[in-house]
Design a protein around this ligand. Sequence first.
Ligand SMILES: *Cc1c(COP(=O)(O)O)cnc(C)c1O
Length: 359
Amino acid sequence: MSTVRDLRPTWAEIDREAFSRNVDAIARRLPRGSQLIAVLKADAYGHGAVEMAKLCKPDRVAMIATALLEESLELRQAGIELPLFVLGPLSASQIRIALDQRITIGIVGPEELEIVCGLARDRDVTVHLKLDTGMGRMGVTEGELARVIEMIRSTPRLRVEAVYTHFANADDPSDTLTDVQIEKFSAMSAAIRAPRHHLANSAATLRGLVEPGDFVRVGVALFGVEVVGSRLDPVMRWRTEIMRLKDLPPGHGIGYGTTFHTLRPSRIATLPVGYADGYDRNLSNNAYVLVRGRRAPVVGRISMDLVTIDVTDIPEARYGDEVILMGDGISADELAKRAGTISYDVLCRISKRVPRLYK
Ligand SMILES: *Cc1c(COP(=O)(O)O)cnc(C)c1O
């Protein structure tokens, strides 16, 4: 029988133990009474939501949050028993499906609240309510608050289990908007008596901006990428293999647009991975991979399915050698900086074409 490894020499190894250690490390940092909501949206930032959800134990994780309804449904259908929370936004039909599946919904404004109040005329409905404290994207604004409170008051079968907000700039400790948002949240949430609050994402959690008893919504930090200067254990290692190795004379062009020309007699290796796998095209002539533990530069443009590297300075390199694209010291953050984006984007763009192997 053929295995994933036989089918394609490019895959991402996911270290389950690293993820579990990261969950523990975050849970241990929380103040008394606080609990972790593990944010596993975008297929757990590319790591595989079902597999990561299975590692979330009820003593460590209070809920699992996803962005989309389908993402929560996938977890429910895979037999995940932890409470599920959809961040939304959600349409009327999505709200109905979520409630039928006992998935907690985040209400992001009066429009959704009105739909929910209608449904709560003949059933019990539990929600979390989002407040806009400065990000201007989702959540109830200050101006809408009185109307929202009245809607909640007049719907006895609606239970607001938690109120929450989201920080725009928590990854920048010098940005004062976070303090403004915290103050605004205390003023607005005081008007709605909900048993629970949650504000902090990964950055705010690692900065300790968590009140005892508050939940935190942590995503990216669980995967071991850098957040406000600290990093837990990287969970993903993305590898491929040398599939073509050739000697080229000086002055030879490489790849589409021949944006690189060899300057010396060169050994060029071709890798079976490309931008269709999520290896960012902005890494053309602008990244390193690891061959036999040494850095080799990406030369020429990233193609849809292929990458070329210069291994002239690694004479031991052979056909079939393992090549590390990310991991073992090449961080998602490094690739993100080079590609002009953020680690979140690097991780969740690694496409379905790349098999995930779980250790
Ligand atoms: C994605 C998301 C989070 C998690 O953010 P990280 O920076 O990955 O920890 C928390 N809350 C909301 C509303 C989100 O959309």
